[in-house]
Ligand binder design. Structure first.
Ligand code: NAD
Length: 426
């Protein structure tokens, strides 16, 4: 039966992120004709921890927050994955993000497995002191699970270098050591890598350049829309702007703006820093946030959360290239619609892998206590991303599949090969 080009709003789709991650894995496992036992091993996380985190609030009350850490695979190296603070965090979301980290590390061939952590909270409603207490309590709870050779956390949605510093300090204090390699995305002064803040966005940009070549798109004449204006979204928008792309629409969690002349992104970054929002940026008009994804632009960059492009709106995506800066922004149902409509989707496990790549560089620098300059980090990142794009493109061509399935086949094969080589113990 042909896939629909757009779907009625009532079209049923399972939006559970872990179910989605499992379906994506199953498609690759099927094409690889993976042994059923190995398939079972790789389909589920190796372990996870759920915890209650009691915190003294500034007004003297006590609140208990829910936290998680999930380790999906350590077959190719220590687990690696971010920490997310968001009110909608669930265990299944964290399991999905941990699995995506395994496939992402394998896709760009860095020697890490995958993990993820999160706390159900809205950090925008906590004071800096409450946030620090919550972070340190969480770090203490997961201290038995993490370690430079076990599991290395990093920033994700609503966590940053400051949060990583607190985790590094709490871990180091409880161990009586100085352990910079316990987290990545730290400030440079504590052993962070130069170029880490812009790493994920630089990787996205590298993939957009490669995709533009394939589509014979001149970036100097191209237009773009970016959903999410945090670490990854704002830097990607800035890189697009500096490349000569007109960024016509941008959104954050509260508002969305549009300008047919193109938005001056470096000034918008200043505006967001000053006001906390992209709203009311001079020379732009407010638009409905959902419409950012449906703009008639050449390049669409979702850089916020999962399940933004679904069966309900995929048929209205007008972009020619969709670069997944966020993890899991597109559902499998939407993937089918986009593919049929000729949209070139650059899958998350490839497109945003610049973050884990420079995290790997940071970990290497910390372990060696020898630090690289920014140019050296950037050159190495370009090399890794360029090779990963070629590997994914070639795999997709060999198997005659889209880039997402190509990326999964490449990644799952690498993890399965390592798992089989290690053997199932005992
Ligand atoms: P961030 O906290 O820095 O920014 C998130 C942004 O999304 C904020 O601007 C927020 O306002 C916006 N947002 C939240 N909900 C939104 C919504 N419904 N509509 C529009 N905007 C919304 O987080 P980040 O680190 O930039 O992460 C963004 C995405 O990129 C996530 O999917 C994350 O997993 C992924 N990612 C992050 C990294 C990294 O190194 N930080 C690396 C790879 C992938």
């Amino acid at each position: 039966m042909p896939l629909p080009t757009s779907a009625p709003a009532f079209a049923h789709e399972d939006l559970n992120p872990f179910e989605i991650a499992s379906r994506q894995f199953d498609i690759a496992a099927e094409r690889l004709d993976l042994n059923p036992g190995i398939r079972e091993v790789l389909r589920r996380p190796v372990r996870w921890l759920s915890m209650s985190l009691p915190i003294k609030m500034d007004d003297g009350s006590i609140r208990v927050f829910e936290g998680y850490r999930v380790q999906h695979s350590c077959a190719r190296g220590p687990c690696k994955g971010g920490i997310r603070y968001h009110p909608s965090v669930t265990l299944d979301e964290i399991k999905a993000l941990a699995a995506w980290m395994t496939w992402k590390s394998a896709c760009v061939d860095v020697p890490f497995g995958g993990s993820m952590g999160g706390i159900v909270c809205d950090p925008r409603k906590l004071s800096a002191v409450e946030l620090e207490r919550l972070t340190r309590r969480y770090a203490f709870e997961i201290a038995t699970m993490i370690g430079p050779e076990r599991d290395v956390p990093a920033p994700d949605v609503y966590t940053d270098a400051r949060v990583m510093s607190w985790i590094m300090d709490t871990y180091s204090m409880t161990r009586g050591t100085n352990s910079p390699a316990i987290v990545t995305g730290k400030p440079v002064t504590l052993g962070g890598s130069r170029g880490r803040i812009s790493a994920a966005a630089n990787g996205v940009m590298c993939c957009i350049r490669a995709a533009a070549k394939i589509r014979r798109m001149d970036l100097h004449r191209a237009t773009a829309a970016v959903q999410g204006f945090g670490n990854v979204g704002s830097v990607t928008a800035d890189l697009l702007f500096n490349e000569g792309v007109k960024v016509l629409a941008v959104s954050d969690s509260r508002s969305a703006i549009h300008s047919s002349e193109g938005i001056d992104i470096s000034s918008l970054i200043d505006h967001k820093r000053r006001t906390g929002s992209v709203a009311k940026f001079p020379g732009t008009a407010p638009i409905e946030p959902a419409l950012v994804l449906e703009q008639p632009v050449d390049i669409l960059v979702p850089a916020a959360l999962e399940n933004q492009i679904t069966l309900a709106n995929a048929g209205r995506v007008q972009a020619k290239i969709l670069a997944e800066a966020a993890n899991g922004p597109t559902t499998p149902g939407a993937d089918g619609v986009l593919h049929k409509n000729g949209v070139l989707v650059l899958p998350d496990i490839l497109a945003n892998a610049g973050g884990v790549t420079v995290s790997y560089f940071e970990w290497v620098q910390d372990l060696q206590a020898l630090f690289w300059d920014e140019e050296s980090v950037y050159q190495r990142l370009q090399k890794v991303m360029g090779k990963a794009f070629e590997d994914v493109y070639r795999t997709a061509a060999i198997y005659d599949v889209n880039l997402r399935t190509g990326a999964y086949i490449l990644a799952v094969d690498r993890v399965a090969t390592a798992t089989k080589a290690r053997g199932i113990w005992p």
